[in-house]
Design a protein around this ligand. Sequence first.
Ligand code: OGA
Ligand code: NI
Length: 367
Amino acid sequence: MGTENKSETKPYDRPSELKAFDETKSGVKGLVDSGITKVPRIFIQPQDSPDRVTTTPRNIGLSIPIIDLDGVDKDPIKYKDMVDKIRDASETWGFFQVVNHGIPESDMEEIKNGVSRFFDQDNEIRKQYYTRDATKPVVYNTNFDLFTGIAANWRDTVYCIMSPNPPKPEELPAACREIQMKYSKQIMGLGCTLFKLLSEGLGLKPNHLLDLECAEGLAMIFQYYPPCPEPELTIGAGKHSDNSFLTVLLQDQIGGLQVLHQNQWVDIPPTPGALIVNIGDFLQMMSNDKYKSIEHRVLSNHLGPRISVASFFTTGPRPSSKLYAPIQEMLSEENMPKYCAFTVKEYTDHFRTKGLNGVSPLLHFKL
Ligand code: OGA
Ligand code: NI
């Protein structure tokens, strides 16, 4: 009998296979670089998983709104229109794209190039950043929930908290440090604009969400989805909602991002120059479910690598004592609070322990 069959007759020791994979410190990219032609079983979605790619119907006729931010600071009539469009999108889709957002396309290209350079550099240099210690300034690993998830995702990740107290430039990988510092400042600026528009959409004064410190923390995540030999068996990022106030996502031209809308998966097609914005769990909770933090996922693909840069407004796992709860000004006899108060850290810890299992961590905090 050949060696191939031997591995099939051996009992499946998942924990040790996960450990061996983690110890390579080379992630999914390392597997692909080694020339594998089959998806190892630690990545295979069980038949009954919500992330079997065929489980839910796909709607190919719909797409998320595209909102033009041109003139946001200058034209009050356009501004009012943007508030309305963003509110509608946040209530129905939880997702929209923005164009003319002020971040030059050349910088958007350069940050994706920086991610490519990080992953393409010598394995030994990349490995120096590999860790599961969330207190490190740069956390490069694969599957933050590798040991708790049902099936590993076909994805590697670099995580950095860029605000408050950004890492020293020399702590960031040389492959991307310059553009990462620049791009994170640009995203902070765009975030301020978006939080003002979103505040007004809730009938609050423009600075309400900013005063609640929604834009204090920025966690930046580089997602790297290597090409996959059997994309139907696994998934790039399993169904989840974002554990942030708000997320701004830059995706490349490969595609595969989908959002759940009326129980159907809807593609979010790559749109040159656009950034994707989505409501996170915190804004859903603070708006008492008016804005929706909607589940989304990323399919894996024969083509790749696919690169995305996700900017999460949140302080993540950093110690925090500020409690967040449904916004008082929005509550009434007819709109009683649906959630108890919690800190960003409590929520993040819960999210991390639970992993991307398709169940909203918000349910844990419902009254
Ligand atoms: C995320 C996410 C989508 C993508 O990082 O939370 O949903 O396209 N990313 O990488
Ligand atoms: Ni997400």
